[in-house]
Design a protein around this ligand. Structure first.
Ligand code: PLP
Length: 392
């Protein structure tokens, strides 16, 4: 006969408690706060806060999504066959080396849950994507933060932090929110300096936008090395953020381990079909690349022309630095822009309290931001209200 236990018995390493307690590390997580999508009191809003594409998704993806909506009673294909095949075709890969997730967020969490536990360390850089810290803590691991140089990941600083407890290194290339990147020689040097039992996760969420001869996504390393995983997303250039589609390619043993942890039906059918159609629509991707190639330098030049520093970006967003002077701060600029329906992203949670991140938007949105920032910097706040009113 089993006895009824009235007094809780503390588990080893856990404090005594009268209620269920999350695992150590969980309450240290600061929940991710997404970019805002509304501007109170403004009808026409330009959401430039989450690095989505102003061009929207491929029409072919929208049609595939609509078609999938006609049959929702069956479980999705748990192996994501159609999508893995479409990705494999687009990049000339073996589908067996691909894993899909509900956004690359799921991939990043999955890799942490697969390789990291209490006592293990995970290295990422100072202004790296916030999900790395969340995934590490949620897995019970210890985040280890490497200093950056000029808002760019520093290979030597990362390598100096490697210990026998290191399990993973996360590197966003290009990085969000800085927009900076590491040339591939540096990525190779990072990989060469890591012990064979440390998994290097190259997060190439913005890869399609990069137009630099010395940039590579890491695909080849992920195919040839035993300890490199490269992750990608359909949320940015493919314009399918709402569907949550990400993927990764890596060594067979890594994909196998992650597949054991992955939920059996982690991808839904509309996402699988829309994703497959999107990646096959190369013309749509090219259009988005061309749009960004036109407006990223224009915005950088115009905003710098207002006396604001902009970190050189290779992605579809830019980091704008504001002075610490009252009336000119990032927070005040954010409020000013909001009044005109221009929703940017505060990045204090990334350790950048004096900056705002702006996604490259439509031609209209880009012009409005530059005009609004010009008014903000010249202290012309009343012009703000009028311009916002006119534009509605
Ligand atoms: C660097 C980086 N990685 C991954 C993601 C996650 O994207 P998703 O989960 O939508 O695929 C983002 C989104 O902002 C990102 O900036």
């Amino acid at each position: 006969m089993s006895a009824v236990l009235k007094d809780p018995i503390p588990a080893p390493g856990r404090p005594e408690s009268t209620r269920p307690e999350p695992r150590p590390g969980v309450l240290a997580i600061e929940a991710y706060v997404p970019g805002k999508s509304h501007a109170p009191g403004v009808e026409k809003v330009f959401k430039l806060s989450s690095n989505e594409t102003p061009l929207g998704p491929s029409e072919k993806a929208v049609a595939a999504f609509a078609e999938a909506g006609r049959k929702l009673e069956d479980y999705p294909d748990g192996s994501a066959t159609v999508l893995r095949q479409a990705i494999a075709t687009a990049y000339g890969l073996d589908p067996a080396r691909i894993i899909c997730g509900a956004g690359s967020d799921e991939i990043l969490n999955l890799v942490a849950h697969t390789y990291v536990g209490p006592g293990d360390e995970v290295i990422f850089s100072e202004h790296g994507f916030l999900v790395y810290k969340i995934a590490t803590l949620a897995s019970g691991g210890t985040p280890v933060v490497a200093k950056e140089r000029d808002l760019t990941a520093d290979v030597d600083a990362i390598l100096a932090l490697v210990t026998p407890r290191t399990r993973l290194v996360f590197l966003a290339n290009p990085n969000n929110p800085t927009g900076t990147y590491l040339p591939f020689d540096e990525v190779r040097r990072l990989h060469a300096g890591l012990p064979a039992n440390v998994l290097l996760v190259l997060d190439a969420a913005y890869a399609e936008y990069v137009r630099r001869n010395d940039y590579e996504t890491g695909l080849e390393l992920a195919l040839t090395a035993d300890n490199v995983l490269m992750s990608r997303t359909f949320s940015k250039i493919h314009g399918l953020a709402a569907l949550r589609i990400g993927w990764a390619v890596g060594p067979a043993h890594v994909i196998d381990a992650m597949n054991r942890v992955r939920g059996p039906f982690n991808m839904n059918t509309p996402a699988l079909l829309a994703g497959a159609a999107a990646i096959a629509d190369a013309a749509h991707v090219e259009k988005a690349v061309a749009h960004n190639a036109r407006w990223l330098p224009w915005l950088t030049e115009q905003i710098e022309g207002l006396g604001l520093k902009v970190t050189p970006s290779v992605a579809n967003f830019l980091l704008i630095h504001f002075p610490d002077t009252p009336g000119r701060t990032a927070k005040e600029a954010d409020a000013f822009l909001m009044k005109r329906g221009l929703v940017l992203r505060q990045v204090a949670s990334y350790g950048l309290p004096h900056a705002l991140r702006m996604t490259v938007g439509t031609e209209e949105a880009n012009h409005l931001v530059v005009a609004a920032l010009a008014d903000f910097m010249s202290g012309n706040s009343s012009a703000g209200q009028e311009a916002g009113g006119k534009d509605k």
